[in-house]
Design a protein around this ligand. Structure first.
Ligand code: VG1
Ligand code: CO
Length: 542
């Protein structure tokens, strides 16, 4: 088989965002578009003699992109690629395979929680040999390379058969097609008390898991129904579809509406959960009670030692800056370190590698631990099941007792989507301009303690990430954070994060939007959102 060297012009705008390169699918399908980005990756990380993991969430173009990447890996001299059967791998399963086989990294095809399909979104992300998303210096180098490369290498060959598990050759490269679920399921069995969870299901515990027609369906079926004995049909929307059945595979109360309705309806199961397109996010719901992701992280941290994989205790915890401080209170009580990082899982990698933290989380329905280097939706669900099985209490009882020990951090995120990018930038610039003068100001019954823009210095490698969100803190512990999304593919998305601490148990059952009302008003007055972007109501509230 011959190697073709294809001349190409650099393609503008292939800049990886919060989590890899995400674009509209038709953009990714343009001539040379995928190829340029893949060649830039191989040029930066090197391919000769190396082994990579490859797989994706099964969305439209996943299968075609996988074949292109395999031919390019072969033409660039890679020794071996481990690929999930059918080119399918959830993001956490890919991270695990990279670590399990000690490979040189992996390529993950996904736009995560963004909708998929011919007119929706596609994405590609490179993960490092530690299993985690490439850190900023690497993504910057890849971006830099996209602007200079003049040719890419691709093998002239037919498609590799990815339908059957086993070893095949592609030119001089070995392709190992593996079961996407088996190794991941085995890892989960080592971390959690499967016998206790099995006994709970056998005693009649009922659960609903909404896989949202995305990648976790086969994983959830195997683990929950086959290995743990949950009733057949526990997992719904279990077959991954190229367009996710037209659904928006983002596990939150808005997009997983049907699950929420069931959990708040008559005859609700004991426990509900959902995961996103690529399986790294989770939403957890009890009967009649929603668990905010920030609270979920805090509860998992407080109860982690109930799971066999965490019996020795936690080394520390980490959360993204906009995530609520609920976990900070748990860390303080446990006497362990608590780190605050910018948004995006890549910032947890160094902390996990250095053994500084065991659990990490983000407000955006992401929770995980040092078992892989990605957030992990099913892992979080299993951790909850393990805690429920050992404590023999309901989700509501566990949350309420958590709040009585630690207080409640009311929390909400308001998203303003597909905003005109220039207007969003103008708003951010104006807000930045007033930050130095805000301390001491009073508004809506609150007093501003401090206002700044978050910059992060990685404690392990010393790298600095600027402009990671504006934060405004109030004297009563309330907080506003504003930042622009780095995963959208249309205009800009403004994310407004709101938090208020409540120590009084008599006020724990307040509706979060009511509890946060003064903070919401303060955010709108300070950022002048309506004036700049022409909207006062968010598109999505979580
Ligand atoms: C969003 C979330 C962030 C998450 C990222 C990737 O980023 O806010 O917490 O890490 O998505 O998640 P942004 O820049 O749009 O706010 V996933 O499940 O889409 O890989
Ligand atoms: Co995801």
């Amino acid at each position: 088989m011959s190697i073709e060297i294809v001349s190409t012009a650099p393609i503008a705008g292939q800049k990886p965002g919060t989590s890899g390169l995400r674009k509209k699918t038709p953009v990714f399908m343009r001539p040379h578009y995928l190829e340029n980005f893949v060649q830039a990756i191989f040029d930066v990380v090197g391919a000769r003699g190396k082994t990579f993991v490859l797989g994706g969430d099964g969305r439209y173009f996943n299968d075609r992109a996988a074949q292109v990447i395999l031919r390019m890996a072969a033409a660039n001299g890679a020794a071996r690629v481990i690929v999930g059967q059918g080119a399918i791998l959830s993001t956490p399963a890919a991270s695990h395979l990279i670590r399990l086989h000690g490979t040189d990294g992996g390529l993950i095809l996904s736009a995560s929680h963004n909708p998929g399909g011919p007119a929706e979104d596609f994405g590609l992300k490179f993960n490092m040999p530690n299993g985690g998303p490439a850190p900023e210096p690497v993504t910057e180098a890849i971006f830099g390379r996209t602007a200079t490369l003049k040719e890419y290498r691709i093998l002239a060959a037919q498609d590799v058969d990815l339908t059957a598990i086993g070893r095949v050759a592609l030119g001089d490269m070995t392709v190992d097609v593996v079961d996407p679920v088996a190794d991941y399921a085995a890892l989960m069995e080592r971390l959690f008390d499967f016998p206790a969870i099995c006994a709970m299901f056998a005693a009649g515990f009922r659960m609903r898991f909404d896989a949202m027609c995305a990648v976790t369906g086969p994983y959830a079926r195997e683990i929950l129904e086959t290995r743990l004995g949950a009733a057949p049909g526990t997992v719904i929307n279990a077959t991954p579809l190229p367009d996710f059945g037209g659904l928006h595979p983002d596990p939150n109360p808005v997009w997983a509406r049907a699950l929420m309705d069931e959990m708040f309806g008559a005859d609700a199961p004991d426990f509900g959960a959902a995961s996103d397109g690529d399986g790294d996010r989770n939403m957890v719901v009890g009967r009649g009670i929603y668990v905010s992701p920030s609270d979920s992280l805090a509860v998992l941290a407080a109860n982690a030692t109930l799971a066999p994989g965490y019996r020795a205790g936690l080394k520390g915890v980490a959360r993204s800056m906009p995530t609520s401080a609920a976990v900070d209170r748990v860390a303080q009580a446990l006497g362990i370190g608590c780190h605050e990082t910018p948004t995006g899982w890549k910032f947890f990698g160094n902390l996990l590698d250095a053994g500084k933290v065991t659990l990490c989380g983000e407000e955006s329905f992401g929770t995980g631990s040092d078992h892989v280097r990605e957030k992990d939706g099913l892992w979080a669900v299993l951790m909850w099941l393990n805690i429920l099985a050992v404590r023999k209490q309901s989700v509501a009882e566990i949350l309420t007792s958590h709040w009585s020990s630690f207080g409640r951090n009311y929390y909400s995120r308001h998203d303003f989507e597909a905003v005109d990018a220039a207007k969003a930038d103008a708003m951010a610039t104006a807000l930045r301009g007033i930050l130095p003068d805000l301390a001491g100001q009073h508004l809506h019954g609150l007093t501003i303690l401090s206002a700044d823009e978050f910059a992060y210095t990685d404690p392990v490698d010393g790298s600095v990430s600027q402009r990671q969100g504006v934060r405004i803190r109030f004297t009563d512990g309330s907080r506003i954070v504003l930042r622009l999304s780095g995963t959208g593919t249309e205009g800009a998305t403004l994310r407004l994060y709101l938090e208020r601490y409540e120590a009084d148990p008599d006020r724990f059952s307040l509706d979060p939007q009511l509890a946060l009302a003064p903070v919401i008003q303060a955010a709108h007055s300070l950022a002048r959102i309506a004036e700049y972007i022409g909207r006062s109501a968010p598109d999505v509230i979580t």
